[in-house]
Design a protein around this ligand. Structure first.
Ligand code: SF4
Length: 185
């Protein structure tokens, strides 16, 4: 009831202008080594992956949001069977919530994985390029390169996703340069 009233209040003031998103943090395992992130590979963080049942049970899937994000910090760390299970799970969610826009963020996937994910009913993919300054990128994300990141953003686009390729707050180390070079992309 609280969610319904909140939605009515929102729609009354911002009809169709505000998209409410609900995020499910599916896993916190990552192979990247970004030096600003508590989830990076060697951070010593306790890791988890939600089971299918835990994802399907999450209240985020039933609160009437417009878009749902499923995030994982796996960064290309999927075994093939595991990835297939994830795609089947997403398909199940999409079939049960047809009005929900599914957004995923699983890092740099392969061309085949992007394609498969798209077939599962996912519409959008979140893959930040962090900063358009290649040297700064290497400094904050030593296990990747800007060129590689941009190549994956293009792959996601080719697979048919609406891609959100934003910058990272971590790049605020040199804001004036980041803004300047970002505009050139
Ligand atoms: S890729 Fe994302 S989750 Fe992984 S270490 Fe970098 S910022 Fe953290």
């Amino acid at each position: 009831m609280l969610f319904r009233r909140a939605r009515e209040a929102r729609d009354g003031i911002f009809p169709k202008l505000v998209e409410v998103r609900s995020v499910i943090e599916y896993a916190n395992i990552c192979r990247q080594e970004c030096n600003y992130c508590g989830m990076s590979r060697y951070s010593g963080l306790k890791r988890y992956i939600l089971s299918n049942e835990e994802v399907l049970r999450t209240p985020n899937l039933s609160i009437g949001t417009d878009a749902g994000s499923l995030c994982s910090k796996q960064e290309s760390f999927f075994a093939r069977d595991y990835f297939e299970n994830l795609c089947l799970l997403l398909k199940r969610i999409k079939d049960a919530h047809k009005d929900l826009t599914l957004i995923c963020s699983f890092g740099n996937l392969s061309r085949r994985e992007f394609k498969r994910l798209k077939q599962s009913g996912v519409e959008r993919y979140l893959l930040k390029f962090e900063t358009s300054d290649a040297d700064l990128y290497k400094k904050i994300k030593p296990s990747d390169t800007l060129r590689n990141r941009v190549a994956h953003i293009l792959m996601a686009q080719e697979a048919g996703f609406q891609v959100s390729p934003g910058i990272s707050p971590a790049s605020r180390a040199r804001p004036s340069i980041v803004l300047q070079t970002t505009c050139c992309l």
